[in-house]
Design a protein around this ligand. Structure first.
Ligand SMILES: Nc1nc2c(ncn2[C@@H]2O[C@H](COP(=O)(O)OP(=O)(O)OP(=O)(O)O)[C@@H](O)[C@H]2O)c(=O)[nH]1
Length: 451
C-alpha cells in the first residue's frame, strides 16, 4: 500500500512507544525493589552484628573486671585477645575508671585507628566494667562490617544477574509479542486500505492520497488531476459471464490502468466498476494526455474464461486547483464530468467545465424531489384507453406516469425516469405504479365499468 509520508502506521508507533515505556517501567521497578531489599538487609544484618558484639562485650567486661581491679594488664590483655575467635572484631580497648588506656588488643592494623562511635565499615560498642555495682572502667569493642558489605555486594550481584536474566526474558517475550501485534496491525492496515478484488488502494486510501496530494499542492506549482474511470455497461459482463468473470475483468482493468501511471501517481478502486486516477500534472494538457492513455489502455480486448471482452470506460476529469478549490469539490466536479461522459454516449473523456455544476445541482435537486414525491405519493397515473379497431370496444388501458411538481409544474418523464433509473428509485417507483394501477382497476370494477 503506497503512502506519502508515514513509514509506519500510527498503531505501530503507539505499540513501539508502549514497549519502550514498559521496559523502562520494568527496569525502574526492579532497581527500586533491589535497592529496597539491599537497604533492608543492611539494616537487619548490622543490627544483628551490633547485638552480637554487645553480648561479647558484656561477657568480656565481666571477665576483665578482676584484672582491672588488681591492675593486671597482662591478664587483661590476654582476656581481650580471647576475642580473636570473633572473626569480625578489629580492636578491643580497656580503659580504667580515669579513662586511661589499660589494655588493648588489635586484630588488624587496618582497624587499629578506629575510635569509639561507628563509621562506615566499622561498628563500635562500649560496655561499662564494674564489680558489685562499682564502676572500674569501660571496654570498647570495634567490629568490622566488611563481611556484611561483602555479603551484600554478592547479594546485589546475584540480584542484578537474576534481574537482568528476567529482563532479558521479558524483553524477548515483549519483542515477540510486539512483532506479532505489528504484523497483525500491518495486516489490518492493509485490509482497511486495499480493495480485496483488485489489490488496488480502496476508496478510503485513494481519498486520503488525494487529500495529501492536494495539501502538497496548496502553495506549489502544477495541478492535481482527478480522473474518475467508470466501466461502460459492466453490469452486462456480470449478467452474461457471471460475477467471477466480472471480478477477473476488474483485475485486468486494474492492471491496465496501473500500467498507465507511475508513482507517485495512483490508481485506486473507489466503487463497483469505478476507478480513480490521481496524478500530478503540469497543466490541463498533461491531464488530458493521461486520460487518453487510460482510454487507450482499455481498447485492447480482455481475456476471460468465457472469451474475449472489450471494456470501454467513461472518464471524468477535474483539476485542483484550476477547476475546484478543495477535495470535496474536485471529486464532485470529476463526477459531474463523468456523468456527462456517460450521457454523451460513453467511451470518452470529458473534462469538467463550471456549467456542469449547475446541471449536477439541478439533477441532485430533482433526485431529492423525486424521492419526496414517491414518499408522499404525489405522482399520478394517467390512463390511456386502448380500443379494438375492428369492434371499437375498449380492451384495456395504458398507465402513464405523470409528476405534478409543486414549483415546476409537470416534470417530463423523459427528465425524471433517467434519474429514477440512475438512482435505483425506478424499482420502488415501478412497484408503486403497479399497486396503484391494480387498486384503480379494482375500483372501476366495483363501479361496474365494462371489462
Ligand atoms: N464482478 C463484480 N461486480 C461488481 C462488483 N462490485 C460491483 N459490481 C457490479 O458492477 C455493476 C456496476 O454497475 P453500473 O456501473 O451501475 O452499471 P454499468 O453496467 O457499468 O453501466 P454504466 O456505468 O452506466 O455504463 C453492478 O452490476 C454491480 O453489481 C465486484 O466487486 N465484482
Amino acid at each position: 500500500m503506497p503512502h506519502r509520508r508515514q513509514a509506519t502506521t500510527p498503531g505501530q508507533q503507539i505499540t513501539r512507544t508502549l514497549g519502550v515505556g514498559q521496559l523502562v517501567a520494568a527496569v525502574s521497578a526492579l532497581v527500586f525493589a533491589g535497592a529496597f531489599l539491599l537497604a533492608y538487609e543492611w539494616v537487619a544484618l548490622r543490627g544483628a552484628l551490633a547485638d552480637e558484639t554487645r553480648m561479647q562485650a558484656a561477657i568480656v567486661a565481666d571477665n576483665v573486671s578482676a584484672s582491672l581491679m588488681f591492675g593486671d594488664r597482662q591478664a587483661a590483655t590476654e582476656m581481650l585477645a580471647s576475642l580473636r575467635q570473633a572473626g569480625h572484631l578489629r580492636t578491643a580497648v580497656l580503659y580504667d575508671r580515669d579513662g586511661k588506656l589499660f589494655a588493648r588488643y588489635v586484630v588488624s592494623a587496618h582497624a587499629a585507628g578506629a575510635g569509639s562511635g561507628s563509621a562506615v565499615g566499622t561498628l563500635a560498642v562500649t560496655q561499662a566494667v564494674s564489680y558489685r555495682g562499682q564502676g572500674l572502667g569501660r571496654l570498647e569493642l570495634v567490629t568490622s562490617t566488611d563481611r556484611i558489605v561483602t555479603g551484600l555486594l554478592r547479594y546485589a550481584g546475584l540480584l542484578a544477574l537474576a534481574s537482568l536474566g528476567g529482563l532479558l526474558v521479558v524483553a524477548a517475550v515483549m519483542y515477540r509479542t510486539r512483532a506479532r501485534v505489528a504484523a497483525a496491525e500491518r495486516e489490518l492496515h492493509f485490509q482497511a486500505n486495499t480493495d480485496a478484488v483488485t489489490g488496488l488502494p480502496n476508496r478510503r486510501a485513494t481519498y486520503r492520497w488525494l487529500e495529501e496530494a492536494i495539501a502538497e499542492h496548496r502553495d506549489g506549482d502544477g495541478q492535481v488531476a482527478v480522473l474518475l474511470v467508470d466501466l461502460d455497461n459492466f453490469k452486462l459482463v456480470n449478467d452474461t459471464a457471471g460475477h467471477a468473470a466480472g471480478d477477473v475483468l476488474l483485475q485486468q482493468v486494474a492492471a491496465a490502468l496501473g500500467g498507465v501511471v507511475r508513482p507517485p501517481d495512483l490508481v485506486g478502486r473507489i466503487g463497483g466498476d469505478e476507478f480513480a486516477v490521481i496524478a500530478n500534472v503540469a497543466d490541463a494538457a498533461g491531464a488530458h494526455a493521461i486520460g487518453e492513455r487510460l482510454l487507450a489502455a482499455l481498447r485492447t480486448p480482455f481475456a476471460l474464461a468465457t472469451g474475449e471482452v472489450f471494456a470501454t470506460a467513461s472518464v471524468g476529469l477535474c483539476l485542483y486547483p484550476q477547476d475546484a478549490p478543495g477535495m470535496t469539490e474536485v471529486l464532485s466536479s470529476a463526477d459531474a464530468a463523468l456523468y456527462r461522459a456517460k450521457g454523451a454516449g460513453r467511451n470518452r473523456l470529458v473534462a469538467f467545465v463550471p456549467e456542469m455544476t449547475l446541471a449536477a445541482q439541478r439533477r441532485a435537486q430533482l433526485e431529492a424531489d423525486l424521492r419526496r414525491a414517491i414518499e408522499q405519493e404525489v405522482l399520478l397515473p394517467y390512463y390511456q384507453p386502448q380500443f379494438d379497431c375492428r369492434t371499437g370496444a375498449m380492451v384495456g388501458v395504458e398507465a402513464l406516469l405523470r409528476w405534478p411538481h409543486p414549483e415546476r409544474g409537470f416534470v417530463s418523464p423523459a427528465e425524471f425516469i433517467p434519474v429514477a433509473e440512475d438512482t435505483g428509485l425506478i424499482v420502488e417507483l415501478g412497484r408503486w405504479v403497479l399497486r396503484r394501477a391494480c387498486a384503480d382497476v379494482a375500483a372501476w370494477d366495483r363501479q361496474g365499468a365494462p371489462r
